[in-house]
Design a binder for this molecule. Structure first.
Ligand SMILES: Cc1cc2nc3c(=O)[nH]c(=O)nc-3n(C[C@H](O)[C@H](O)[C@H](O)COP(=O)(O)O)c2cc1C
Length: 508
């Protein structure tokens, strides 16, 4: 069942024991961030702060701070269920129409997809129960968080920022932090590689203002979709409709020419004038370091609309692991794996471990069929969407479990001769990469941690990793209790290895 909105998501999390209400008064300046930092490092629950100093609205945090909560947000119990639906959709795209009916033969499978575009509703909608315009549209009414002592001020941290391409009218929705510069001014931190920045750059060329809607809340699948690394031009709210199996309900904003989710908690509407920028940041970011910020566009607020019982959602970012790992990293690597496999059929699995903060480190396991294939995949990934920002790519063989960092490093370090198997390249990097020699362009490290083929090294034969035979593993598991050794710690030979042999023809 699709989760209708943030209120419904909070109720769902509470009923599953995934959310705790905090009823004592807390300070949105530092105190909430310190609480969330402690909770999220332990994989703790979502929190709803009922009484936030200086404001009337409750604040919800850490809503997406576990694999299970992200799955619940998408109407599933496990994100792999959603990944399975993406794989089915892609399989459909590759299906041959059958018989004389041609493409019509695919209609039964395609018809559920025809109704997923956002549905425009008219009349009184929840998010416009309260409408504030002019001086009444004052950002100080909202309980924005200041998370870390070095932050430049309060920030909005979990917004869906909606813009339309000035040339094509196509919508983009992205989560970009917004600095509260003043009662009616926000700094828009859309990084140069992102969709919103592309729209802004085109508006600048035309010398035209660009309307923006900043959405807080709405259905949780839409929040995930705004953070997801979708291919350019794919509409986030259509994707959210696919994820939640129900269209997103939208309505017209009251002061700008954009559609906004009708069941959102709060919408801040405004306009960015061409050429207007202001210093944004510093901000304690998901890298675990302060991002110095820079000159970013300014949103002049034209209206604020909200529900009469609005809840203010926020995300605290800081040293990993925090909520963002589950929302961006974990969920997206599962959901987009089928798409990656379509482009690179040899990919078995990918994992961006939390310590790599999404862009610094990517583990990839491949089923190797020819020499040089590890680099073929690594170069390819560095040319694929936002993966282009990855700093270090480590490629390993299919039997390595990429979700276990120690196993990846063990296999990669053992299989690698640094003089032969490392390639240092150059390319675009995240604007948050404070180590890059120049802003947003940096070195890349590609690591071939696969077993080597005769064409790749004269050191042959290449050894096989030590594995117990499956029959003995099974026997010991069955007899473990008899040995009187306490709980069975489980085999060290991973299930992946026991499940299938290393690709035929592989070294040795
Ligand atoms: C809590 C959170 C905060 C984020 N802050 C920013 C930000 O300030 N600037 C930015 O460009 N991306 C930020 N992101 C990442 C983008 O939302 C993400 O890259 C998304 O895919 C961008 O969408 P786009 O490609 O349509 O621009 C943030 C993500 C999350 C979950």
């Amino acid at each position: 069942m699709a989760v209708a909105d943030l209120h419904a998501f909070i109720d769902l999390l509470e009923s599953r024991g995934e959310l705790i209400r905090v009823s004592v008064e807390v300070d949105p300046r530092f105190e909430i961030a310190e609480i969330v930092d402690r909770i999220s490092k332990r994989g703790g629950p979502a929190l709803l702060f009922d009484r936030v100093r200086g404001g009337d609205l409750p604040v919800a945090v850490n809503l997406f701070g576990s694999a299970h909560r992200v799955a619940l947000a998408l109407g599933a119990e496990d994100v792999d269920e959603v990944a399975g639906r993406v794989a089915d959709l892609l399989a459909l795209a590759q299906m041959q129409p059958r018989g004389g009916r041609g493409v019509l033969s695919l209609l039964p499978q395609l018809s559920p997809l025809l109704h997923l575009a956002p549905h425009r509703t008219t009349g009184r909608v929840p998010v416009q129960q309260v409408v504030l315009r002019g001086d009444d549209a004052d950002l100080r009414r909202l309980p924005h968080l200041t998370s870390w002592p070095g932050d430049a001020g309060p920030f909005i941290t979990l917004p869906q920022v909606i813009t339309a391409d000035p040339d094509t009218g196509r919508r983009n929705v992205g989560i970009y932090r917004l600095q509260v510069h003043g009662p009616r001014e926000l700094g828009l931190h859309w990084e140069r590689h992102k969709g919103g920045a592309g729209h802004h750059a085109r508006a600048q060329r035309l010398g035209a203002p660009i309307p923006v809607a900043v959405v807080l809340g709405g259905d949780p699948a839409s929040i995930y979709a705004a953070a997801a690394p979708l291919p350019d031009g794919m509409d986030e709210y259509i994707f959210a409709g696919f994820l939640r199996k129900q269209p997103v309900e939208v309505c017209r904003a009251v002061s700008v020419d954009l559609d906004v989710p009708a069941r959102a908690e709060i919408v801040i509407e405004g306009v960015v004038q061409p050429g207007e920028t202001r210093r944004e940041g510093p901000f304690g970011d998901h890298t675990g370091f302060y991002d110095a910020g820079g000159q970013y566009p300014v949103l002049q607020v034209t209206a604020i609309t909200m529900r009469s019982d609005a809840i203010y959602p926020a995300s605290v970012v800081g040293r990993p692991p925090m909520e963002e790992h589950w929302l961006i990293g974990h969920a997206s690597e599962r959901i987009f794996l089928p798409m990656l496999r379509m482009l690179f059929p040899e990919i078995v699995d990918v994992h961006a471990p939390p310590e790599g903060v999404a862009t610094n480190l990517l583990f990839v396991s491949i089923r190797k069929r020819f020499p040089g294939q590890a680099f073929k995949v690594a170069y390819g990934l560095l040319g694929t969407g936002l993966l282009a920002l990855t700093k270090v790519v480590v490629v390993v063989d299919d039997w390595v479990d990429v979700r276990r960092s120690e196993e990846v490093w063990w296999a990669a370090l053992a299989n690698m001769d640094p003089a032969r198997d490392l390639v240092v390249g150059r390319g675009a990097t995240s604007v948050l990469d404070h180590a890059s020699e120049s802003f947003s362009i940096a070195g890349k490290l590609l690591v071939d941690g696969t077993s080597k083929w005769p064409e790749e090294t004269s050191r042959q034969p290449w050894p096989e990793p030590i594995r117990m035979d499956p029959a003995t593993v099974d026997l010991v598991s069955r007899r473990w209790k008899e040995y009187g050794l306490g709980d069975d710690p489980g085999p060290t030979t991973s299930t992946k290895e026991l499940g299938g042999p290393v690709d035929a023809g592989n070294a040795g």
